[in-house]
Design a protein around this ligand. Structure first.
Ligand SMILES: NC(=O)c1ccc[n+]([C@@H]2O[C@H](COP(=O)([O-])OP(=O)(O)OC[C@H]3O[C@@H](n4cnc5c(N)ncnc54)[C@H](OP(=O)(O)O)[C@@H]3O)[C@@H](O)[C@H]2O)c1
Length: 339
């Protein structure tokens, strides 16, 4: 396992982060995964034995069950909490009660306390805001995030799924007041969804933020079960939970190409898709999702995959984003500033 510094911090994180969205399976989350405590412990044992030290959960995953099972597995396996980098999130609705949602100071403080209870821990290493809250002023959120770090309950703050302008506004507000800033970002990034290349990856590079891609297999669509001739795969999450949204026709073309590349290297479609994400510039740690030990082993093995220049070129050609304004104008005007 290789490790990277987490953005501009001194924290070292494995290049694979283990996502725990498959734990539990309550209600809405049932279609994603129903992994129960015994299997959670087996997965976590493999995770730490492989050298992965970075684990991702969220308050909302299975309405708290994922955090509970993760915390319990660390106790059951006798793992050293201090050797792990534990990330969780705040934003999603946790109950019908009016204030159990969003990025208000009220809910951030409430949510962190409840996450810590479920995790059976005294601190969270990285607290992500899980998405936008269109009603809470960004200033209120950034101040609350700074203050929660000062309590010692959270070590670092990070952001998921905000548009680039909003992240930059949050960083600017924090800078102005001398508050703690986001140290990393978590966004959907996969061969079937390269949107963050337009604004988010350049922002991460400019601000020296860590980048943790989620759904690197596009929720399993690039897992090897789907193709133009197999639009359904029984028992697979995409059949009942079709997320994240992708252009399926384009994804089938991508699957054709990565299947060929995989055959040449004697590796699976999933391994090619995961290796591609890992090999992109600016990626700190790819967040993998696994329902079984077999999937987990395969995903860990993908860290050994090297793709040739020729492979990368073919894959890029079939998966590249269409050109978009102002990107094409930026490209054009940058050309006459080359020496
Ligand atoms: N911040 C956010 O908004 C956000 C959003 C989503 C996810 N996340 C994080 O990112 C993590 C990963 O997301 P994800 O689960 O969507 O990742 P993903 O890699 O795109 O999809 C994982 C799914 O693909 C299938 N799969 C996994 N490994 C495979 C393999 N080797 N071969 C074939 N199929 C395989 C499994 O489903 P099937 O077997 O059913 O096909 C698995 O549940 C989550 O656990 C969570 O921590 C964050």
């Amino acid at each position: 396992m290789k490790y990277n510094f987490l953005g501009n911090t001194g924290v070292v994180a494995s290049e694979i982060c283990f996502g725990t969205m498959t734990f539990g399976g309550k209600g809405y989350w049932e279609a994603i995964g129903k992994v129960q405590q015994k299997e959670v412990n087996d997965l976590m044992k493999t995770v730490v034995e492989s050298g992965i030290n970075f684990i991702d959960t969220a308050n909302v995953y299975s309405y708290g069950e994922s955090e509970k099972m993760l915390g319990q597995s660390i106790i059951d396996l006798g793992l050293n909490r201090s050797e792990l980098v534990i990330a969780t999130k705040v934003r999603g609705r946790m109950s019908e009660s009016k204030n159990y949602v969003g990025l208000s100071r009220y809910h951030i403080f409430q949510s962190v306390d409840e996450s810590l209870q479920r995790l059976q821990m005294d601190h969270i290493d990285i607290l992500y805001v899980h998405g936008v809250d269109p009603k809470t002023p960004i200033e209120e959120t950034m101040r609350a995030l700074n203050d929660i770090v000062l309590t010692g309950k959270v070590r670092y703050i990070a952001v998921c799924n905000w548009p680039a302008w909003m992240v930059m506004k949050g960083l600017g507000i924090a800078e102005k007041h001398g508050w703690n800033k986001f140290v990393g970002m978590q966004y959907f990034y996969s061969l079937a969804g390269r949107d963050i290349e337009r604004e988010i990856l350049p922002l991460a590079a400019d601000q020296n933020l860590a980048m943790m891609p989620w759904s690197p297999l596009a929720g399993g669509f690039l897992g090897g079960k789907y193709s133009r001739n197999a639009a359904k795969a029984e028992g697979s999450r995409r059949d009942t939970f079709d997320f994240p949204p992708i252009n399926k026709e384009k994804a089938y073309d991508i699957i054709d190409v990565i299947t060929e590349v995989g055959k040449q290297h004697n590796i699976t479609v999933a391994e090619v898709a995961l290796a591609w994400v890992r090999l992109q510039k600016g990626i700190t740690s790819t967040i993998i999702g696994a329902k079984t030990i077999e999937q987990l082993h395969a995903n860990i093995k993908s860290t050994e995959v090297q793709l040739t220049e020729e492979d990368l070129k073919k894959i890029d050609e079939v998966s590249a984003l269409p050109r978009e304004y102002p990107g094409w104008m930026v490209e054009r005007q940058s050309a006459d500033r080359q020496l």
